[in-house]
Design a protein around this ligand. Structure first.
Ligand SMILES: *Cc1c(COP(=O)(O)O)cnc(C)c1O
Length: 791
């Protein structure tokens, strides 16, 4: 039985048990009906809804708490398996230790590891359910954010062996001290037979939690059981000598940094414990690979979309990648290019039969198998398929024209070097694009959610093309994440969202009378910013014969832009003396300086004024009117004024007013389209403003002020990132292009260039331009293609 918690990723409906989790963000019960129609029959639910009665063939398992049921199911599943479970906890390095152990142990054992960083209350049960009958060692990561969580993870994972990677310096907002965080993590090791970690205080604490466990410590100190000493290190590698049980041997770790050293030593201890001979350990450590990059989605040739995931190959990561494939553009056909699986430990025949089965269910319409095993089992694959012995034969025999308007999953083991296939299928002339990281957006959303009280609703501002990131896709994500309201500036933005299938309430902040009919037709709720607009809208409702239409009343409390003033309240209340067709759903105001401490007194005054005015209004009505005043900065700095709803804007895009480290969502990228050598003392571009001070290499990138690259960044004021290095813009920015001085890099045509994103923050550019990040984000031109990423 497969288990699923995400309605979008069900591959084998009839063999799937769906756990209808209820999160703050969304409610799995909403998807039951749709899943039933797709063939799912088994549902774990906590609420028996009326509409379920009609699902005649469904089997419902009603429980009090679906998450707990999932965890219990996973715990039981894990205990039924023979596998020895290694539990990994710590602040950093968990995923790397897990991936490296996987690389190091796979030669001797059938190893399973939790996919990516599935290490949470929901991720761990899903991970555990991937352990197979023949798995000998299962590597499971445990991550926590709140006190009390490890208890539950421990009960599920019950690791035989524990690895404690590293206790970071930051204790995190949800823990009062480092000691508290350590104590919490140590809970994972409570029943372990053995615990591995670096010699030191943290390990002693763990010892105090579990007196029975054998502790295997490593370190430079005398007391460490596995003693290690760095002999030599350079920028590429580190040589260490290890002494263990009276013998010594040398290791070359192919990474120079401290973190890699720690992660590697934790993994090496497991191998020593497993009595793997020293020379094998040394050999494998020397060929350790940097860990799997994340899956990436790229634009391919002929309108194809590529999902590149060629850093590992095992059944679990294959299924994850297949899920991603299914979530892409439904209008496109699905193709999969897959290599043989390496060291899976399961029987080939069964494995490939299952793979073929999953591909069939995922409605894959073209399959390309690469490797001798897949070629041998070619008859299992019923869809149009081609097989090659190796990657080279593929590249020699395939033609780019064979791929058109498809979503192509490129999934293979590292040794097959599928990066060449990705290169072959990748769009040759790249574009200037805005990449939008949906995972970062969700993380930011959750950060703000955690700041407001449980009962407070969340509205997200998606005006101005969602601050430049694109409306339809972002709105769909927000709808899926259970946001309560979306707000747009103009009615046509709202109509466009309805056309994209957005069904949650949408408020329009600048409703124009000409658009009223349209708004009513598309269920868009106006902001009422004056008595005139209130009367006008009510008249239109009368004409349509619609009653109780929700509207949002805007009050002016000091911004002095729009909204009813205090003196307007008597007229407002007088208007409602008669029966009216509008219904005041919410009443709100906007803060003028919530992001700056110097305005805090004014902010409080605004809130005060808001409270008084809303009280006066509420008294007049029987129904409860929701109140809201906070924007992003307000949520961070004045969560005590959350009232019934808050309006999140720029924060979703990774900008914090309180110095929080949020994730940047949008990356503005281009590529090097040409490079030329220019001797010293020449001028570059229009107006001859750029001057080469030395013999230079000058690169052209196809992005100009018409794309939203502000021309004030010309002549060295702005920088871009190429091959990890910042390089200055030289000369004046042109309409569609600009030039970079790349003399200090070895960049080549085709290299990716970051204009802003993870390395060059939007805030930095805003400061240089003496403006705010809002303007930089919304300034990215419409002609720049938006590309969305989600793991
Ligand atoms: C744009 C806007 C917001 C969001 O502001 P941020 O500073 O981006 O969080 C909130 N309320 C109103 C009325 C807005 O126009």
């Amino acid at each position: 039985m497969e288990i699923s918690i995400d309605s979008r990723s069900v591959i084998a409906p009839e063999a799937t048990m769906f756990f209808a989790l209820k999160g703050k963000n969304h409610d799995g019960h909403d998807y039951v009906q749709g899943l039933y129609e797709r063939g799912v029959r088994d549902f774990v639910i906590s609420e028996k809804r009326k509409e379920f009665a009609g699902l005649k063939e469904a089997r419902f398992y009603e429980v009090e708490n679906v998450l707990e049921a999932l965890q219990e199911y996973a715990g039981r599943y894990r205990r039924e398996k023979k596998a020895e479970v290694i539990g990994i906890a710590g602040s950093n390095g968990k995923t790397i230790v897990k991936e490296w152990l996987y690389q190091l142990l796979s030669g001797n054992f059938s190893v399973y590891r939790s996919p990516r960083s599935y290490n949470s209350q929901v991720g761990v049960p899903l991970s555990l359910c991937g352990i197979g009958e023949s798995t000998q060692i299962a590597l499971i990561e445990a991550g926590i954010s709140f006190p009390g969580e490890m208890e539950k993870l421990e009960q599920m994972i019950r690791p035989d062996i524990g690895i404690f990677t590293h206790l970071g310096d930051a204790h995190g907002e949800n823990f009062t001290s480092l000691a508290e965080k350590l104590a919490e993590k140590a809970i994972l090791f409570r029943h372990c037979r053995m615990v591995i970690g670096q010699q030191g205080e943290a390990l002693e604490t763990i010892r105090s939690f579990n007196g029975q466990a054998r502790i295997m410590s490593w370190g430079e100190e005398e007391e460490a059981e596995v003693r290690c000493k760095t002999l030599q290190k350079n920028e590429k590698e580190r040589k260490v000598v290890i002494s263990y049980q009276g013998k010594s041997f040398e290791l070359v770790i192919p990474f120079p940094d401290e973190a890699a050293y720690e992660n590697c030593m934790n993994a090496v201890c497991v191998l020593l414990w497993k009595k793997i001979p020293f020379e094998h350990i040394a050999e494998r450590v020397a060929s350790l690979q940097p860990i799997a990059m994340r899956m990436e989605i790229k634009e391919g040739i002929n309108d194809c979309v590529l999902i590149n995931d060629y850093y590992n190959s095992d059944a679990a990561s294959f299924h994850l990648a297949l899920n991603t494939l299914m979530m892409q553009d439904e209008a496109k056909e699905r193709a999969v290019i897959l290599s043989d699986f390496i060291d899976t430990g399961s029987e080939e025949k069964v494995l490939y039969q299952e793979i073929a089965e999953s591909l069939k269910r995922a409605e894959v319409s073209l399959f390309i198998g690469i490797g001798s095993q897949l070629s041998r089992y070619s008859s299992y694959f019923p869809m149009p398929a081609r097989f090659y012995a190796d990657t080279d034969s593929f590249l020699k025999q395939e033609n780019r024209e064979n791929f058109r308007e498809q979503v192509i999953l490129i999934k293979g083991a590292r040794q097959f070097r599928f990066e060449f296939i990705a290169g072959f299928l990748q769009k040759q002339s790249h574009n200037t694009v805005l990449e939008v990281d949906m995972d970062a957006m969700i993380a930011n959303l959750n950060y703000f959610r955690a700041l407001i009280p449980e009962h407070t609703q969340l509205a997200v501002m998606v005006k101005a093309f969602s601050y430049g990131s694109g409306s339809g896709e972002v709105a769909s994500l927000l709808q899926y994440q259970g946001v309560d309201y979306l707000m747009v500036a103009f009615a046509d933005e709202g109509v466009a969202l309805r056309a994209e299938g957005i069904s949650i309430p949408i408020a329009v902040m600048n409703p124009q009378p000409e658009a009223f009919d349209n708004m009513i037709e598309f269920c868009l709720e106006p902001e009422i910013y004056s008595l005139e607009i209130l009367r006008a809208f009510d008249r239109v409702l009368v004409k349509h014969g619609i009653e109780n239409y929700p509207v949002h009343l805007k009050l002016n409390t000091g911004m002095n832009r729009s909204g009813l003033d205090r003196k307007d309240i008597p007229d407002l209340l007088a208007f409602f003396k008669e029966k009216r067709h509008v219904r005041i759903q919410t009443v709100f105001s906007h803060l003028a300086g919530s992001d700056e401490a110097r305005h805090d007194a004014f902010t409080r005054q605004q809130v005060e004024c808001f409270s008084t005015m809303t009280r006066q209004i509420q008294q007049h009505f029987d129904h409860k009117i929701m109140r809201h005043i906070l924007n992003s900065a307000g949520i961070e700095r004045f969560p005590e004024y959350s009232f019934d709803m808050v309006r999140l804007g720029i924060g979703l895009h990774g900008i914090s007013a309180a110095g929080a480290v949020l994730q940047p969502v949008s990356s503005f990228k281009t590529y090097i389209s040409s490079v030329r050598n220019v001797p010293a003392d020449q001028t570059i571009g229009y107006g001859r403003r750029g001057i080469t001070k030395r013999d230079s290499r000058i690169a052209v990138v196809p992005v100009g002020y018409a794309d939203g690259l502000n021309r004030h960044l010309s002549n060295g004021k702005g920088e871009m990132l190429v091959r990890g290095k910042r390089v200055p813009i030289i000369g004046n920015i042109c309409m569609d292009t600009c030039m970079l001085d790349v003399t200090d890099t070895d960049t080549q045509v085709g290299d990716e260039v970051e204009i802003f994103g993870k390395d060059i923050p939007v805030t930095e550019i805003a400061e240089k331009l003496d403006t705010i990040p809002y303007e930089v984000l919304t300034g990215v031109a419409q002609r720049v293609k938006r590309i969305y990423f989600k793991e």
